[in-house]
Ligand binder design. Structure first.
Ligand code: NDP
Length: 265
């Protein structure tokens, strides 16, 4: 049996690429560990399940990132600030929580230069951590969401926020689909008139959905904009999680060399 056991907790979890990504890296780096998937129904049972399975670390996906946050004994300052944890490591019986989605996303968009203003389409859980890290890095983030409810917390934090009804289009360097529109359907994340007004003025367009060309990315390509999907975000959050799992024993680049094979298999 492997020395250390890791897993992804989520519901659903069968589609997750994380077991393949991490197992390829453990294998390639000769690190004695194994990574499984676990469908966790009840987020309240996260801590109990973690210890009863004898795990060393986990990633957490939808819908348990807030439960993961409350289950931790020690929080990394950024995870504490954004209230969402997607990586937990056990050390001497205590659970340490981190958020690697946001730095993974930041690295994924770093290939686009001269970006200052960013329009987020969507204001859900992923937007929460990524908007925060982008603002910390000096980007100006505006949020446009279908409904008003989720915008409240952003408004309180001083972000510029709009719904489809009160949005007045202006130029944004980067337009990002942070919604689940296009994930399992063919819908755009905002009315086409709005997208037709902001996309032509953007330097690039990004979707956090991966593994398919969404209607949003199709539309952006029709305007000849540089685009990227969510694959790099997924890869980079995984590499940063792996660094925590293995206590920074390996360099980012050497982990990447193995983990990225999960995207060509
Ligand atoms: P949430 O459920 O927290 O938020 C969903 C957001 O999408 C809300 O703002 C919601 O608006 C909006 N939305 C949903 N459907 C539509 C629609 N048809 N039209 C317009 N807006 C819509 O989801 P998450 O933030 O957790 O996830 C968002 C996306 O990010 C998902 O597609 C997920 O797969 C992806 N993701 C990718 C990762 C990666 O590594 N690449 C990592 C994590 C997430 P409203 O408030 O009006 O309901």
């Amino acid at each position: 049996m492997a020395k250390e056991l890791f897993a992804i907790f989520g519901n659903p979890v069968s589609h997750s690429k994380s077991p393949l990504m991490h197992n390829l890296s453990f294998q390639g780096l000769n690190y004695d560990a194994c990574y499984a998937r676990y469908q966790l129904q009840d987020g309240e049972k996260l801590k109990h399940t973690f210890f009863s399975l004898g795990l060393k670390g986990i990633n957490i996906t939808v819908p348990h990132k807030e439960h993961a946050y409350t289950a931790c004994d020690v929080l990394d300052p950024f995870a504490q600030k954004v209230g969402a944890v997607n990586t937990i490591v056990e050390k001497e019986g205590k659970l340490y929580g981190y958020n690697t989605d946001a730095p993974g996303f930041l690295k994924a968009i770093s290939e686009f230069s001269h970006i200052k203003t960013v329009l987020f389409l969507g204001a859900g859980g992923t937007a929460q951590s990524t908007s925060s890290i982008l603002r910390d890095e000096g980007y100006e983030v505006t949020l446009l969401n279908r409904s008003a409810g989720r915008l409240e917390r952003y408004k309180k934090e001083g972000f510029e926020t709009y719904t489809f009804d009160d949005f007045i289009p202006k130029p944004y360097d980067l337009v990002i689909n942070m919604t689940s529109a296009g994930l399992e359907d063919d819908s755009l994340p905002a009315p086409k008139e709005i997208l037709d007004a902001v996309i032509p003025q953007a330097k690039a367009c990004v979707d956090v959905i991966y593994g398919k060309e969404t209607p949003f990315l199709k539309l952006a390509k029709s305007y000849n904009k540089p685009t990227k999907d969510g694959s790099d975000m997924l890869l980079y959050q995984g590499i940063i999680a792996f660094e925590y799992f293995t206590d920074h024993l390996f360099e980012f680049d050497e982990i990447e060399a193995h983990m990225k094979k999960a995207f060509i298999l």
